[in-house]
Design a protein around this ligand. Structure first.
Ligand SMILES: [Zn+2]
Length: 62
């Protein structure tokens, strides 16, 4: 159980963030991570999420 510590859980894996510095500023605010691995994975997921899913140029092909 948490005991008043201000350690925030890693956004990706939920482990307490022991070391500050692995943070990423997104449109939802600053996300904090426990390690560079979690940060990079989140970046990949976030990048995919921000990509447009609709490609208007390919709607008509025939
Ligand atoms: Zn993590």
């Amino acid at each position: 159980m948490l005991n008043g510590k201000d350690k925030e859980p890693c956004v990706l894996c939920g482990q307490p963030v022991e070391i500050t510095g692995f943070s990423l500023t997104t449109s939802n605010g600053v996300q904090k991570f426990c390690c560079a691995g979690c940060l990079s994975i989140y970046q990949l997921l976030n990048e995919a999420d921000t990509k447009p899913t609709i490609t208007p140029l390919l709607t008509k092909k025939k």
